[in-house]
Ligand binder design. Structure first.
Ligand code: SAM
Length: 372
């Protein structure tokens, strides 16, 4: 079985969680770096990672790495790669990429050199001067970091955070991959009772439900690599069947969402239905000041409003104060609150047992954890 080197980009702060997940899925040579995890595996690992990963943004094949400081070196480096092992004569192979701290910094120029080098390589192999590119899209992506070039092939297509349940979303939804990471940190079990008092479009509750059921997030999604001729079709059906087998049919898990906005409550219920977890998710209109947890073990994971303008920041701080009042400090009650506010704990009124840095898009946040 041919072994592929792969790269899974992820949200900053999630690298360790993703590395553990990829090991569980069956990856070899797993190595976490800043904002990405490197790993290897055969063709079934390409399918398994796309179908099962909750934390990766996409799964890329690493086609080769070399050093380049001039356009000639870039051209020669790309032309030396065995592209024909991945790209057939009719396939489309668009190129995009980025460069950081490198001699070669003009992206449009690098893009056209990489494309020309690919064409030259494939011309020689396929003995043709013209590529119609009408076949499946093989998105190539180069990265140039400190003059080190890596050429990658995207196996995912649309990002893995798009699970298919959130066509509808409110103004400030949290990314599915980040919500899943917060759930992983807080630990979700098949009998967890989770609450989100600022549920918005329901992302945290839905990701928690999928995790509790052990339902792979990509089970109903399709991926670019399903149309790649070098991957046997049966690899995908085998991996989907294996993921189906892991789903727990009956769990005691319950998720409850509240939001002050009736539209958000409606969205949460609609999205839960789309995700196939409506049986476990309840949502109601409620102001956080009226939030009340039931007796017993409960978990709150939430993403309250951030407030971007000064007036909104003051309002967000008032909400943090209210949360401090309505989140009782009791045995069996755990709270995980993501916030970019440096002084969250001052307004909330209690120092978190632990904090963890996570990025919500470009915004640096802390996951404030209260679990003792
Ligand atoms: C950052 S969004 C949450 C987004 C959510 N995690 C998602 O993925 O869609 C914050 C939510 O808090 C709600 N909200 C604002 N003030 C509130 C209050 N006083 N009580 C309850 N919900 C409130 C807003 O309507 C909004 O949906």
């Amino acid at each position: 079985m041919k072994k592929y080197n792969m790269i899974a980009p992820c949200i900053f702060g999630v690298e360790g969680i993703l590395a553990d997940e990829l090991r569980r899925i069956g990856a070899d040579d797993v190595n976490a770096e800043n904002g990405r995890v490197l790993f290897s595996g055969d063709a079934s690992m390409i399918a398994a990672a796309n179908i099962n990963s909750r934390f990766a943004e996409r799964i890329m094949l690493n086609l080769g790495t070399f050093r380049a400081m001039t356009f000639t070196e870039l051209f020669d480096g790309v032309k030396a790669l065995p592209l024909e092992e991945y790209i057939s004569v009719k396939d489309a192979f668009p190129v995009k990429g980025w460069s950081i701290n490198s001699q070669l910094h003009s992206i449009p120029d690098c893009q056209s050199i990489v494309k020309k080098a690919c064409v030259e390589r494939l011309k020689t192999v396929y003995k043709t001067n013209w590529f119609e590119e009408t076949g499946p899209v093989h998105q190539l992506q180069f990265s140039i970091m400190k003059d080190q070039v890596t050429l990658m092939l995207d196996t995912t297509g649309h990002g893995l955070h798009k699970r298919g349940y959130r066509a509808n979303s409110n103004m400030a939804p949290i990314k599915e991959t980040l919500a899943a990471a917060m759930c992983d940190i807080a630990r979700i079990y098949p009998d967890t009772k989770i609450f989100d008092p600022f549920c918005g479009s329901g992302t945290i509750l839905i990701e928690a439900a999928l995790m509790a059921k052990k339902q792979a997030p990509g089970l109903r999604q399709h991926f670019a690599a399903e149309r790649f001729s070098f991957i046997d079709e049966k690899v995908w059906s085998e991996q989907r069947a294996a993921a189906m087998d892991k789903i727990l049919p009956d769990i005691e898990f319950r998720a409850v969402g509240y939001d002050i906005d009736p539209e958000c409550v409606k969205l949460t219920l609609e999205n839960a239905k789309k995700a196939g977890v409506e049986k476990y998710v309840r949502a109601e209109v409620r102001d956080v000041k009226d939030f009340k947890l039931p007796e017993g073990r409960t978990l709150v994971i939430t993403n309250p409003p951030y407030g971007e303008r000064l007036l909104d920041i003051r309002a967000a701080e008032e909400l943090y104060k209210t949360m401090g009042n309505v989140f009782p400090q009791e045995q069996g009650k755990k709270y995980y609150v993501i916030s970019p506010h440096d002084e969250f704990e001052k307004f909330f009124g209690r120092k978190p047992d632990k904090k963890r840095k996570l990025y919500n898009g470009m915004i640096k946040c802390d996951l404030n954890m209260y679990f003792k």
